[in-house]
Design a protein around this ligand. Structure first.
Ligand code: HEM
Length: 88
């Protein structure tokens, strides 16, 4: 019984990643392409606009919170992407 409760709690927990782990998802080192924005990490692997980890002059695998102000769009662009975890 206690085993089942533990398994449930694990599945509900948010995955946490460090900047170093995020850096590997830059479109070059691992197949996944991730971008962090305001503490949340999004999987943009399926986006053709982030192919090979590059988006205009920006690179994936980083916390790009401060860079959004340079974009011609708002944070609503993240809506259609899955949040894979949080940045710690
Ligand atoms: C010079 C800076 C940038 C330019 C010129 C740029 C341009 C664009 C354009 C034209 C689009 C598609 C149209 C739209 O959704 O409005 C787009 C989508 C997107 N941008 Fe940017 N962007 C820039 C910076 C950034 C930054 C810093 C981030 C992350 C913090 C970002 C994240 C995204 C995402 C997630 C999408 C959606 C991709 C998709 O729907 O496949 N962009 N960007």
């Amino acid at each position: 019984m206690s085993y089942k409760i533990k398994a449930f709690q694990t599945s509900q927990m948010e995955a946490k990643y460090t900047l170093q782990q995020l850096a590997l998802r830059n479109g070059q080192d691992k197949p996944e392409i991730w971008v962090a924005y305001l503490g949340k990490i999004y999987d943009v692997t399926e986006s053709r606009l982030w192919r090979n980890g590059k988006h205009y002059e920006h690179w994936a695998g980083q916390d790009l919170s401060a860079e959004l102000k340079d974009a011609p769009h708002t944070e609503t662009v993240f809506q259609k992407f899955k949040q894979v975890g949080i940045l710690i």
